[in-house]
Design a protein around this ligand. Structure first.
Ligand SMILES: [Zn+2]
Length: 282
């Protein structure tokens, strides 16, 4: 029977911890490396709901994308929600492991899964890292090219549904062939997306001013999707890598489809029609 340590070894072969950003907090959060594992749950966020899902399923290991404990931690009392999560996991004999920015830059990584869902061809890193094929974000080609409005519909179909849905900035008729993507909050790569020659850049957590300024400067169209939806596809690859690395049938992997995006409602009123141009003839 494989152990937590065996799973960590496989995950760290694909997602080396030293490739994580310096501010990140990846690796084993709680759990005994010597414990045996039979069932593993993969999720984007370690929150009350995904922990309940994991424990109901009887897993011995939760592999999460986002760190539970990122900033300075001075205690994990069960009176705080994060402390409660740590207590629940330890009491149930379940370990917690995090692969975050190291899973973003890996190949296959989080943005590869996103590119695959969109059917992109010739996929390569948007911001390459030292090792061939790795890096942040991906670019690829759409064949055939699609107008932006159809690309948005494609993204909405291809990604898991969320309350936030998919929104876009740009000319709806702009023909898109090259696509840049970045799972998670990707607004720091707007300039890289422009430099890549992409017709559209799809990422999450985009904000008014960066988007407005980017659009005014004539950059690629932008598609903003829910953060969770942009990272959920990568969990399937992570689960497959773990199964392959441990030898098939030794562990069962589950992937959480609980939508942990914090936005739960979306009110969409149609924008008011632009003012009619007044004719100069009476
Ligand atoms: Zn993220």
């Amino acid at each position: 029977m494989p152990t937590v340590a065996d799973a960590v070894a496989v995950l760290e072969r694909h997602y080396p911890p030293e490739t994580a950003e310096s501010w990140d907090a990846v690796g084993l959060v709680c759990g005994d490396p010597a414990d045996e594992i039979r069932r593993v749950l993969f999720c984007v966020d370690v929150v009350e709901a995904t922990v309940a899902e994991a424990l109901d399923a009887g897993v011995q290991l939760v592999v999460a994308h986002h760190p539970l404990l990122l900033r300075g931690v001075h205690g994990v009392p069960a009176t705080s929600y994060k402390g409660r999560i740590v207590h629940r996991l330890i009491r149930a004999g379940a370990a917690l492991y995090v692969a975050h920015t190291n899973a973003d830059v890996a190949n296959p990584g989080v943005s590869d899964a996103l590119a695959a869902r969109l059917g992109l061809l010739g996929v390569r890193p948007l911001v390459p890292a030292a090792i061939e094929g790795t890096g942040t974000g991906r670019i690829g080609e759409l064949d055939p090219p699609l107008p932006l409005r159809e690309f948005v519909a494609l993204a909405a179909r291809a990604l898991p549904a969320t309350a936030g849905g998919v929104r876009a900035s740009g000319d709806p008729d702009r023909l898109i062939s090259r696509v840049a993507v970045c799972g998670g909050a990707g607004d720091s790569f707007l300039a890289a997306a422009t430099a890549s020659g992409a017709g559209v850049y799809l990422t999450a957590d985009l904000r008014h001013h960066p988007v407005s300024e980017h659009a005014e400067a004539g950059g690629p169209a932008l598609v903003d999707v829910a953060h969770w939806a942009s990272e959920r596809p990568g969990l399937d690859d992570a689960a497959a890598l773990l199964r392959a690395g441990l030898g098939t049938d030794t562990v069962e992997t589950l992937v959480s489809d609980l939508v942990t995006d914090p936005w739960v409602l979306h009110g969409a009123a149609a924008p008011s029609a632009p003012p009619k141009e007044t004719s100069s003839t009476p």
